[in-house]
Design a protein around this ligand. Structure first.
Ligand code: 13P
Length: 252
């Protein structure tokens, strides 16, 4: 699998700012070695698709509704995302789990709707500091994965990436050590193996996210079992993000 570099813009930058960002980024990106996805705010998705047509940079959404359509004011459906050409969607980000009270059941419904609409899923999982301090990291990761992937067929995993994002590392400047990342990634693969097969556990794409920056990217991308990264704050500066992409291109 090519290394995956995914930028999660979260609720940052207006469409006009994103337009300038893409105009700076797109001409500089020539590599065939990594897949880049910009996970943009909903209001910038169509613009992003338009500006990135003819490049090999993908556009992703940061969320979708757990319902297919209907009386859900303010929601955005999987079919709507597909219709405007969005290729992937982040599901189960810890900010949505904690700030929007998103449950494992809702995450499971969202994943099924995304897959039905042929959107690639970037499923986020990760433990809180309390979980970590009480040695619950591995059980939390497997619990979140089991809930999220309940009822899925093994062949559907082809369209799923799992991002290991320890909650205590998101936006805090605290990066997990290589050992912690490798243990988390291993636990994720074991959990997939347990629910599906050894082959599925070996082959699923696993990313790391949490306080990634231009300085620590080389260490993170070289961790065993890591197929890519999900970058938050550090992607907002185009030059910084280009540096992160270059480090991923350079990694073996
Ligand atoms: P930061 O890189 O800002 O810590 O955010 C990580 C993240 O939440 C990506 O989804």
């Amino acid at each position: 699998m090519k290394k995956q570099v995914i930028a999660n813009f979260k609720m940052n930058m207006t469409p006009s700012e994103i337009k300038n960002y893409i105009i700076s980024l797109a001409p500089n990106f020539k590599s065939e070695k990594v897949d880049i996805t910009l996970a943009l705010p909903f209001v910038a998705l169509s613009l992003g698709k338009f500006l990135l047509s003819g490049t090999n940079i993908f556009v992703g959404a940061q969320n979708l509704s757990e319902e297919e359509s209907g009386t859900f004011t303010g929601e955005t459906s999987g079919a709507m995302l597909k219709d405007i050409g969005v290729q992937s969607v982040i599901v189960g980000h810890s900010e949505r789990r904690s700030k929007f009270k998103e449950t494992g059941r809702a995450i499971n419904k969202k994943i099924k709707i995304a897959l039905k609409n042929r959107l690639q899923v970037i499923l986020c999982v990760g433990e809180t500091l309390t979980d970590k301090n009480s040695m619950k990291t591995l059980s939390v990761l497997s619990g979140q994965i089991d809930e999220a992937l309940k009822g899925l067929y093994e062949n559907e995993l082809e369209n799923i990436l799992i991002a290991y994002e320890p909650v205590w590392a998101i936006g805090t400047g605290k990066v997990a050590t290589s050992k912690e990342i490798e243990e988390g990634v291993k636990a994720i693969r074991k959990s997939i193996e347990h629910s599906f097969s050894k082959k599925a556990g070996d082959e699923i794409g696993v990313l790391y996210g949490g306080s990634i920056n231009a300085k620590n990217i080389s260490q993170i991308i070289s961790c065993k079992g890591v197929n890519g990264v999900l970058v938050g704050g550090a992607c907002l500066d185009c030059a910084n993000f280009m540096h992160i992409i270059s480090a991923c291109e350079a990694s073996k």
